[in-house]
Write a protein that binds this ligand. Structure first.
Ligand SMILES: Cc1cc2nc3c(=O)[nH]c(=O)nc-3n(C[C@H](O)[C@H](O)[C@H](O)COP(=O)(O)OP(=O)(O)OC[C@H]3O[C@@H](n4cnc5c(N)ncnc54)[C@H](O)[C@@H]3O)c2cc1C
Length: 223
């Protein structure tokens, strides 16, 4: 007899194993991994069946025992203020991993702002990206999440931009300011952009202006 196919869009209850504030207003929440995923994929998260779920990039590696997400608390938001109060042992609703923000495995440039670092951290922790260049833009130096681990893997291919304060070793300004100064943007490789819509649109336009074909740009927009 044919086995009934599992409905992957269905939310199921999982027990949270940790929920740490890793930077002011930014949380790293984990639960035990029982499913496979491809780095770059997302999950839907909710606290109750009555509320619409929100989407989060998986921010852990494929061999890690837990699936983790990185989120910032949106004041007045439906989910994140409450999600930040969840304690180990509490349950949340999650979907199966899904989505197509998947690395080609070739040399790529990864460009992110804020919590948009999540899919790239997942890729790096899963052994991908050693030939990639990762650019991370934030407002405050405390928001360079996982920077030591990332630097240990990528070395000089990891570039940080801080727009709100001068940090030694980081470019002072936005990711778009840094890109504008560059004359050496390679046109023939793939670009992966992740973060808020405004950043993604501005970076996309800049890359196109500098000769990168539109079809070489893939984006994941956090809206
Ligand atoms: C593909 C994808 C991946 C994502 N991955 C991540 C991730 O890894 N990490 C992450 O932090 N986020 C991610 N996001 C964003 C995330 O899904 C949520 O949108 C975000 O966490 C806010 O959820 P919330 O329910 O707390 O806030 P919401 O209820 O969505 O509110 C967001 C903001 O809008 C304001 N607001 C709400 N309703 C109104 C209204 N009617 N008028 C005016 N203002 C209003 C709220 O006050 C709040 O400040 C992702 C989004 C997408 C689409």
């Amino acid at each position: 007899m044919k086995r009934k196919e599992e409905d992957l869009s269905q939310l199921r209850r999982v027990e949270v194993t940790s929920n740490r504030e890793i930077s002011p207003g930014v949380h790293y929440l984990s639960y035990k991994r029982t499913r496979e995923f491809i780095p770059g994929q997302v999950i839907k998260v909710s606290l109750s069946a009555n509320n619409p779920p929100r989407i989060y990039s998986i921010c852990s590696g494929t061999s890690d025992p837990e699936i983790s997400i990185l989120f910032n608390i949106k004041e007045g938001g439906l989910l994140t203020p409450e999600l930040a109060r969840v304690k180990p042992g509490d349950t949340i609703l999650v979907s199966a991993p899904y989505g197509g923000f998947i690395s080609s495995g070739e040399a790529e440039w990864w460009i992110s702002t804020g919590t948009g670092i999540a899919p790239f951290y997942s890729m790096l922790r899963s052994g991908l990206g050693k030939n990639c260049c990762l650019i991370h833009g934030v407002r405050q130096g405390s928001q360079f999440y996982f920077q030591e681990e990332i630097r240990a893997i990528l070395g000089e291919q990891y570039l940080t931009c801080c727009s709100g304060e001068e940090i030694p070793g980081s470019f002072f300004g936005r990711v778009t300011d840094w890109l504008s100064t560059r004359e050496d943007i390679p046109a023939g490789i793939k670009y992966y952009l992740c973060g808020k819509a405004l950043m993604v649109v501005d970076v996309r336009d800049l890359l196109i202006e500098k000769g990168v074909p539109f079809e070489n740009i893939t984006s994941e927009i956090y809206f």
